[in-house]
Design a protein around this ligand. Structure first.
Ligand code: ADP
Ligand code: MG
Length: 206
């Protein structure tokens, strides 16, 4: 399988971690090869974040949704942060371009239920197409609690592969964001988060 170069973070459900994971994945991938973070949300909030991050010494190349129509850039990796709307033109363009779609899901029954529609939409879109891949990743997991195990089982039944590495609920994701940084710029405190983002990158590129 060709290594995915264009990775879209998608789930029509808001608040499941698309932007957080896109942001940190982009910083992680940028350590391997030139990476572009594509803010497909017409509201463009990532742009402000990236400008601010550059002031903090964390440079990341960023583009807005107009790049999706253009479809070309010199960067090896794209990380596309989709808006929380399945029908949005930007979402449709991003999903058509991506060779890997990552759907973050939270370990709560309501959230899982709300993610089902997004999973089905992807399955429809990818049906019969080779070289397109999608997977779920559990975000804000809380270790080995009974609730997390129940959530894992439910997630496994949603109908897409689930990546073995989970993203834990960690205050550092929020504090990094508050400082306009990725977890890679948070020193020792960021190390556990960096380790799980690195694992995610390995799993996506496998
Ligand atoms: N693994 C995590 N641990 C702690 N907080 C998280 C984690 N992932 C996301 N968050 C927080 O959850 C909120 C929603 O995340 P966000 O990435 O904005 O979701 P989305 O882009 O899907 O709407 C944000 O406040 C973010 O900081
Ligand atoms: Mg978002």
């Amino acid at each position: 399988m060709a290594k995915p170069h264009r990775i879209a973070l998608f789930n029509a459900k808001g608040g499941c971690g698309k932007t957080t994971l896109a942001w940190n994945l982009a910083f992680g991938l940028a350590r391997h090869a030139p990476t572009l973070l594509v803010d497909a949300d017409p509201q463009g909030s990532l742009q402000h974040w990236a400008d601010w991050s550059a002031e903090e010494g964390g440079e990341i190349a960023i583009a807005g949704p107009e790049l999706l129509a253009q479809g070309e850039s010199k960067h090896r990796f794209w990380v596309i942060d989709c808006p929380p709307a399945l029908e949005a033109k930007e979402t449709q363009q991003a999903l058509a371009l991506a060779d890997f779609v990552l759907l973050p899901v939270l370990p709560s029954p309501l959230d899982l239920w709300a993610s089902k529609r997004s999973v089905e939409a992807l399955q429809e879109l990818h049906a019969g197409r080779r070289g397109r891949h999608a997977a779920l990743v559990l975000n804000q997991s809380e270790g080995r609690s009974a609730l997390s195990r129940a959530a894992e089982n439910a997630i496994a039944n949603l109908g897409l592969p689930v990546l073995p590495g989970h993203i834990a609920r960690r205050a550092i994701y929020r504090s990094a964001a508050i400082e306009g940084k990725s977890v890679y710029q948070m020193g020792k405190r960021g190390a556990p988060a960096v380790a799980e983002i690195e694992r995610l990158i390995e799993e996506i590129r496998r």
